[in-house]
Design a protein around this ligand. Sequence first.
Ligand code: PLP
Ligand code: MN
Length: 385
Amino acid sequence: MTASDALLTLPPVARPGDPLPAVDTPALLLDLDAFERNVRQMQAAADSAGVALRPHAKAHKCVTIAQAQMAAGAVGICCQKVSEAMPFVQAGIPDILISNEVVGAAKAGQLARLAGRTRLSVCVDHELQVEQLAQACEAAGSRLDVLVEINIGQDRCGVADADAVLRLIDALCQYPDTLRFKGLQAYQGALQHVRGVEARREAVQRATDRAAAVLQSLQAQGVVCETVTGGGTGSAAFDLGLGLYTELQPGSYVFMDADYGRNDVADEGLRFEHALLLASTVMSEGVGDRAVLDAGLKSLSAESGMPWVWEAGGRSPRWDYVSANDEHGLLQCRAPGSAKPALGTQVLLVPGHCDPTLNLHDQLVVHRQGRVEALWAIEARGLSR
Ligand code: PLP
Ligand code: MN
């Protein structure tokens, strides 16, 4: 390595054995003990309900995490985009659902080529997607399982009713050598963050009723839906008891961001821990009762609310993160008279929304009880095609 190469090579953010205050910032920290408990809790709940777990990898984009979820008993993973699936296919994850629609020859072609390497499934809500997938699979000599997505109240993707599902099944049946109807995707994202337990339970029930009506109508017409997939971190505790889903696809539960932290949780419900923190540093003393951190919008997403300041295993009673600039974050004192954190102090934050935050980082600094164990690559970071 020449001297100028060395100058342009950043030293690692941390090394195994380092204590957390030695981690260079901004850096994402993953508490392995809390993460492992989250993974085990969701898997155990799914197992005891007899529902398969297919965790969503868009939350973490990290092969090592997907492998841990598979080792715990997941049947496979979800990805939201074709390119996002690539590092997981490469790493040998044996069963991946693209829980989303794919349109256009470039994406269909890439998906069909990946399907030659691992078991892949994808959603459709229009005949054109079916046609393009079939053409791509024929060209690649591969096969895809296909789920028809139904709209159960989010008004995002998905067809409206059983008749529309039947039309798409007819379309799929024209390509028996390449495409196979596997079942339904029924996902309602808008209800995941309904704060109150009862209000969320009712919203889940309404969405489930819509999906069940479509499913019953299909069954009455002799259609077999091997898989009914959907659900997320906020709905899982209810989904598992309602008998609709054969498979759940929650993602954020491994980390628990501040947005999910604002959900009330039933006493008997699933309770996940904040395993993901962003380490930042007070980089300037700031004006008055403010302090300035080195972590802003390039290190965390704030569209679902500001991060929480994390102190002694809980939300800080003294400090709020009130404003995110590109590379600065402003801390404001909530308890007047508290001493400001000194210049250079490391401040831990619970990111507002985990999925887009992970997409901003190359790696997770993985630690146990305050000591760095490893750096895990976030391989699918930036893969949004
Ligand atoms: N499935 C689909 C289709 C989604 O879009 C999402 C999240 O937006 C999830 C599952 C997982 O949700 P969460 O991370 O809230 O558990
Ligand atoms: Mn999310």
